[in-house]
Design a protein around this ligand. Structure first.
Ligand SMILES: [Zn+2]
Length: 396
């Protein structure tokens, strides 16, 4: 099969449109939704997939915008490195009111016996002004003061069982927004506020897993999360799932995998008396092939639920975001993934097919390619199309 010819590919599995009403959760998939736990021949057609777009403007609550450091955006996204964007006073937020975002995702069991991945797609998980979220490129503009949806995307790759991943897909976004809303952090500079919200949210998720006995202590999960406002892409990451941004012709990593042999992580683990043993790759005590995760109490203090957080200012050249579990990244490089996404998005946007978002077509195709390359793991991919519908139509 020539996997790169998208015209030959059929949409995978059953597909259902989930147009958000803005009332909250659009699509949260845990293992029960995967509809299969068999791996007979690794039937890739057993798929959870869904695409959607943000249609309705629902304002959850009024928020009085506070002008905190409304400097024109100029910030280098941490791990992205090359993502510095300097924007002179714009008239509108990059994503306008952030309502033109569309997405698609797949989550498949692949060749594994168990489905341990889970994904969360929660458009409008918060409603705030862009000024209030922080890092607005058009402070004091009309769009920056309009209460707009803020979107949440998460991929959780479980190990030792599916319980923690599933729990994160169901609850993590709620915990993050609750922590962000806390009075105690309300006075922080905006980036600091997000850092505290994510760190506290991840820590809380980890604690609840234990106190509510969500899972045995040998169960854990990665967590890669993206919060998307009109002007910012904020990532929070634990483990070796990954998020990348396709910007123009570049594919920019937004997260850095936390592996036990990463120099700083190795130092931290060994500094606490831990050992990293090479057993089919570097593993903490020869067991876990990542250095941070939610859960995994038996490997404390070496495995920690502390996320690394990056901030990337959106720009007009941004094509899409891709979040995925290592079932994709094990068999495709960032650049390969970016190339497939860009090419397919261009083609699908031209066609303007009504039944499927271009982002869904990218997620389906990447899944098929990864499977075709003998990925042995569960594969979960979320694709977020950052070119708003309105702007696409205007260009036509
Ligand atoms: Zn803005």
């Amino acid at each position: 099969m020539e996997p790169l010819e998208d015209d030959d590919l059929q949409p995978l599995g059953s597909e259902h449109e989930l147009d958000s009403t803005g009332s909250g959760v659009s699509s949260i998939l845990g293992t029960e939704d995967a509809r299969s736990t068999t791996s007979s021949g690794g039937d890739i057609s057993v798929t959870s997939s869904s695409s959607g777009e943000y249609l309705a403007a629902v304002v959850a609550e009024a928020v009085v915008p506070r002008m905190e450091n409304p400097t024109p955006a100029s910030y280098s996204g941490g791990s992205g490195g090359e993502t510095t964007v300097t924007v002179a006073a714009r008239e509108k937020c990059v994503g306008r009111n952030n309502k033109g975002v569309t997405w698609g995702f797949t989550s498949v069991i692949g060749r594994r016996r168990e489905m341990e991945d889970a994904v969360a797609v929660v458009p409008g998980f918060m409603s705030r002004t862009c000024d209030h979220i922080g890092g607005c490129t058009a402070p004091a503009s009309r769009t920056s003061r309009e209460i707009s949806p803020v979107h949440f995307f998460g991929v959780y790759d479980g190990h030792g069982g599916s319980q923690v991943a599933k729990f994160c897909a169901e609850r993590m976004h709620e915990m993050v927004v609750e922590e962000w809303d806390r009075e105690a952090v309300d006075g922080y500079e905006w980036r600091r506020r997000w850092e505290v919200a994510f760190s506290s949210g991840f820590e809380r998720a980890d604690n609840v897993v234990m106190t509510e006995e969500v899972a045995p202590e040998m169960v854990g999960s990665t967590a890669v999360v993206v919060v998307l406002s009109g002007c910012q892409i904020i990532t929070s990451n634990c483990g070796d799932s990954r998020a990348v941004l396709c910007r123009g012709t570049q594919t920019i990593p937004l997260t850095v995998d936390q592996k036990p042999d990463r120099e700083d992580e190795l130092r931290r683990i060994e500094g606490e008396g831990g050992k990293v043993i090479n057993w089919n790759g570097a593993r903490v005590f020869g067991v876990l092939a990542m250095s941070r995760a939610i859960g995994d109490r038996y490997l404390r203090p070496w495995i920690i639920p502390v996320p690394e957080i990056t901030f990337t200012t959106r720009c007009d050249e941004d094509e899409c975001l891709i979040l995925a579990s290592d079932g994709l990244w094990d068999v495709m490089s960032n650049d390969e993934v970016g190339e497939v996404a860009r090419r397919l998005l261009r083609r699908r946007r031209r066609l303007m097919m009504a039944d499927e978002t271009p982002a869904q077509s990218v997620a389906d195709n990447l899944t098929e390619i990864a499977y075709g390359r003998n990925s042995s793991d569960n594969i979960s991919i979320i694709v977020v199309d950052l070119k708003s519908k309105r702007r696409r139509q205007q260009r036509q």
